[in-house]
Design a protein around this ligand. Sequence first.
Ligand code: GLN
Length: 483
Amino acid sequence: MHHMTLAEIARGLADKQFSSEELTKVLLARIAQLDPQLNSFISLTEELALNQAAAADARRAKGESGALLGAPIAHKDLFCTQGIRTSCGSKMLDNFKAPYDATVVAKLAAAGAVTLGKTNMDEFAMGSANESSYYGAVKNPWNLAHVPGGSSGGSAAAVAARLLPAATATDTGGSIRQPAAFTNLTGLKPTYGRVSRWGMIAYASSLDQGGPLARTAEDCAILLQGMAGFDPNDSTSIDEPVPDYSANLNGSLQGLRIGVPKEYFSAGLDPRIAELIHDSVKTLEKLGAVVKQISLPNMQHAIPAYYVIAPAEASSNLSRFDGVRFGHRCENPENLMDLYKRSRGEGFGVEVQRRIMVGAYALSAGYYDAYYLKAQKIRRLVKNDFMAAFNEVDVILGPTTPNPAWKLGAKDSDPVAAYLEDVYTITANLAGLPGLSMPAGFVDGLPVGVQLLAPYFQEGRLLNVAHQYQLHTDWHTRTPQGF
Ligand code: GLN
């Protein structure tokens, strides 16, 4: 049962082959048995899950249908869940029970999805390895000595290990696509504004976007359908109709113009990954796509710009955690300053503190123009590059990451080395564009992802291309040994 995709589960539930309650019990038992090896969950919500499953079964018995009705999922632990711990992977929020549901959580619950738990993540979504969580590192099911990627590493490891079919995640600089690549999943970062950020604990508000992590494009379409849509509670949400993503999966790729940026194939890219990317291009050419070399000349400036903008926004967003209103408070503060200093010093881990310091520095009077303003100008150049490219092509294709998943601890002493691994993903966040990563092969037994980018609101095009690719390849069906 645990091998089923969301699409298969929906058919099985509709045909009454099993109930949501039966499936939920199977998956909860599997999580209890296997998750100790992975550490992919921070909290399990067994009682809620069984209640939601029973309610979904009752709705189906009354004749209701829907692809998510009775489907088991989990939420990254930065989506607020009413009455349930919402930790953001931080000691700061270890004791925080959200007073309301995030819009994404509420929408999926209304569609009948069953929440099995809250998944592990890098603290405040800062990281690419899921090693900065207060609740410990997550392991990659493909090789337990390696990282699963981050910051949505818990969602990725759990779905890859078949503990559940799909999970929510968020992507500020790659945190959906990069763990998808590292664990052989399909993950989609939607257009900025497509999915509501209300109740999603903020890291960098102008970059953050929620989206689905699943094994197939078909399942990403199902989950995205439940997540997307205008939300008046989020002032950056965009009031644009949501298309039927599942209905558009079978469009022909005949004549699809694929752009491959020449800058992607630089010295930093593992040549074995480059080869797999070329293979995926050949597959898409066989399906009718036309490939063209393009250029994104400002790509080299994206990492420095991102690592100014994201920490700057984070330093501002995280100022609300002061020991007064939310989360951790130190023991016996002597005065207000002591309360702030010790609560924040004890509540935040090293990577979060590093970024708050970088961000506060970049925003300070005297340095604002030199760093923050300059980074914003680079951001515009990056966006302009994409706009020019999309005049010529329909999608942009390349690697999701320059290297496969590294060993746990390998980049501990050098945070910048980890930042450099985000080179292919962060440009989409800077420009607000949708991006998808899908399985494209293996290097040394570790999964490799290919990334597709599209113009604003063309999530349907990305899912269509990925689905057609998955009908003609079997990388996404491979299962990690032991799971
Ligand atoms: N790795 C990037 C960072 O650490 C992206 C994280 C994310 O997308 N949440 O900021």
